[in-house]
Design a protein around this ligand. Structure first.
Ligand SMILES: [Mg+2]
Length: 195
């Protein structure tokens, strides 16, 4: 029998929006301009500014501050959800409570949600600070408690096998790695359980 998912928790970056292709190059360019530093074209998704800058070697405090301001700024290029993302969220709405759980700088993550027009689809948007203690596991636990459900009733959808997907497994939630599952398959999985 299909699991009865009553709550679906989505990651944002590279799950509902194309962070790697659209946002990371833009942010790296702004960091380079702000700090006058050559930043390698690395997989910077989900990294703190110190992780991004590490390959460039030591920086002055002023340059580091300028780079951090650019990296975390809520200035975004035009941003659309991934194709099919909004249709999926609309299709899921009758079947489950939807949450967005994203890790990063608060203002920047909130700006992404609004720029992509995603906010109205979620009961709550939760930002896990990137430069603070704790992890998305704490937020997933809080969502389970808020909704009064068992972990098996919660499906976590994301792209990071070391972050939200690992926490889903550790807590006993269902998980969808969007590298392997289409948006249509997510709708089918959730609606099948609640039919
Ligand atoms: Mg992600």
């Amino acid at each position: 029998m299909a699991p009865q998912y009553t709550v679906v928790v989505f990651d944002l970056d590279d799950t509902l929006i194309d962070t790697t292709a659209v946002l990371v190059p833009d942010a790296l360019a702004r960091v380079a301009a702000a700090a006058q530093v050559t930043v390698p074209d690395l997989d910077a998704r989900g990294k703190s500014i110190d992780e991004v800058l590490a390959p460039a070697g030591p920086l002055s405090a002023r340059a580091r501050a300028a780079a951090a301001a650019a990296w975390y700024a809520p200035d975004l290029p035009p941003l659309d959800p991934k194709p099919g993302a909004v249709a999926m969220l609309r299709a899921l709405a009758p079947h489950a409570r939807l949450f967005l759980l994203t890790r990063g700088a608060h203002a920047r993550q909130q700006a992404k949600v609004d720029a992509a027009g995603l906010r109205a689809h979620f009961e709550a948007v939760i930002v896990r600070p990137i430069e603070a203690a704790g992890s998305k596991r704490d937020d997933l636990t809080a969502i389970l408690e808020r909704c009064g459900i068992a972990p098996a009733q919660c499906l976590v959808v994301g792209d990071d096998v070391t972050d939200e997907l690992a926490h889903a497994t550790a807590l006993g939630c269902g998980r969808c790695d969007i590298a392997n599952v289409t948006f249509d398959e997510i709708v089918a999985r959730v609606s099948a359980g609640s039919a």
